[in-house]
Design a protein around this ligand. Structure first.
Ligand SMILES: [Cu+2]
Length: 142
């Protein structure tokens, strides 16, 4: 009897691993660029409304051959871009991707994108399946 109770407790613990991060994508947009631009930049606010950290590890889209996470930094008055590693977002916190800072670098566009067009982007996370978001092509931030 005692043994059975022990097993039940163990099972209870094993199935009670409920804490999970949950990524919400807000204000997602891509800056409109002249036709044939070699690269585009996307921005969004990535919010974790779960109860465990979310680690964003990358992004992809069928509309682009390559998509990566970048950060703009100023060195001696010159803006440079460098690849961002994994972006960890604490529960309740947000990572803001905005002009002059973090951004999604979109290379090798597979179709011409005009203002008002929507691009489906998959944002991948280290644990879990990630999340999909629609990025709208705009002249200015929403
Ligand atoms: Cu970049």
């Amino acid at each position: 009897m005692r043994l059975k109770l022990g097993w039940l407790l163990l099972l209870g613990c094993a199935t009670n691993v409920g804490a999970a991060g949950h990524l919400v994508v807000e204000h997602a947009w891509i800056r409109a660029a002249p036709r044939g631009a070699p690269m585009l930049a996307g921005y969004a606010t990535l919010k974790n409304d779960g109860d465990a950290p979310v680690v964003v590890s990358g992004a992809s889209s069928a509309d682009f051959g390559d998509m990566s996470l970048h950060e703009s930094v100023y060195e001696n008055g010159v803006e440079r871009m460098r690849p961002l590693g994994n972006v960890s977002i604490a529960p309740g916190a947000s990572a803001v991707f905005a002009p002059g800072g973090k951004h999604f670098m979109l290379m090798d566009a597979k179709r011409e994108l005009k203002t008002g067009d929507s691009v489906k982007v998959h944002i991948s996370t280290k644990s879990g399946t990630g999340t999909d978001a629609d990025f709208v092509v705009r002249e200015t931030a929403p």
